[in-house]
Design a binder for this molecule. Sequence first.
Ligand code: SF4
Ligand code: SF4
Length: 441
Amino acid sequence: MALFQSKHLSGVHAPHYKNTAELPPVRMPVPGKVYISMQQHMGAPCQPLVKKGDSVKVGQLIGESTAFMSAPVHSSVSGQVVELGEIINVNSSRATCVVVETDGEQTVHESVRPPEVNDTASFLEAVKASGLVGLGGAGFPTFIKLNPKNVDEVDTLVVNGAECEPYITTDFRTMMDDTDNLFTGIALIKKYLTIQNVYIGVEKNKPQAIELLQKRCETLEGYHVVALDDKYPKGAEKVIAYETCGRVIPEGKLPSDVGIIVSNVTSVAFIAKYIKTGMPLIEKNLTVDGSAVAEPKNVTALIGTTYEDVIGFCGGYKSEPKLLIMGGPMMGLSVYSDQYPVVKNNNAVLAFDSVDAENLKETACIRCGRCIRACPYHLMPASFEAAYKAHDLETLKKLKVNLCMECGCCSYICPARRPLVMVNRLSKKLLLAEQKKTGGK
Ligand code: SF4
Ligand code: SF4
């Protein structure tokens, strides 16, 4: 099946609200306590390596797993472990949470030193040890992404600078403020994975970034900057792969199956910083914005800092928050409390007042077809809804609901305000439960 039917994939013209684009991240002070989750990535949760009463230092390994699909967790502060609690993640799963009372000293752990990198194996080992996961929001362990089985067939690196979600501007700031690390990171991946071509995809609503990157690429062989239409979701993996270098990732396949690796700009820049310093992933740049936030800005927060502390640093709430979101308004997940901590794949904290958080009343589907036209994969969300309600698993399979990336275009465009993405998620869960029951038959 040809996944894409048009040269330029559909999507929606969502308002950009890039209010914080001109604001480089401001470093937050060390909070009194941090709450470090053992599940900040796709895959198996980590087991804590510390217990109540232990002293910890910045960069110390405090959680790891023997599972292949996982990523180690490090302490973002120095201080004392006061509790091993439980945290409910935004996706409703539960994980252990290491609570550390900080001592304010930020003493760096002895293990933090630049790794020795001199070949592909040591490069991949370093990326693994850094604890890096996809910083664009996906949370996929980066060392796995950079180590596909068919690495010899990979010839292209797609660097994702689209940042198409409304409000979020942290990747834009990486491109503007951390350009040297971005290009060093690209060069490292290119060298150790023997990649020939580099495509950096950036939406046209970031002309300064496009100009800056184009200048840097002028003298570099095999580097291309692609200006993408500023239409959501240009940053989705399959979309940016197609629109930068024309590769179609078929259903059930990985980018490496079509010879590419796709990585977010901030993840790539982090690799360079880690190789230089040996400091693992212990902090995140976040866009803090929304109608309930007094002083929207970009901040650098230590992992484990609560949203309450983050929003407090941004002047606190200027009106009662009715909706808190981790990530962007299209694909982000709502958060149940501002006691929730910053995690690795967190690139924004948005707080909205009652006007913006209002749930518009849904009405009956008028069969306008807008959801189908907006879907980048030309799926049929209205038909998913009917099949889901009828518990018709065969039709859900035939309609390929599992291809849905939950981008939200269908819900956004629907004039009847049908909760299409939620139904898509539930449908996928239904198929997964069925698959588990039948052992995958
Ligand atoms: S959420 Fe799924 S069905 Fe809806 S537009 Fe996005 S990919 Fe298509
Ligand atoms: S956009 Fe909404 S109203 Fe139109 S066909 Fe899709 S579900 Fe129905």
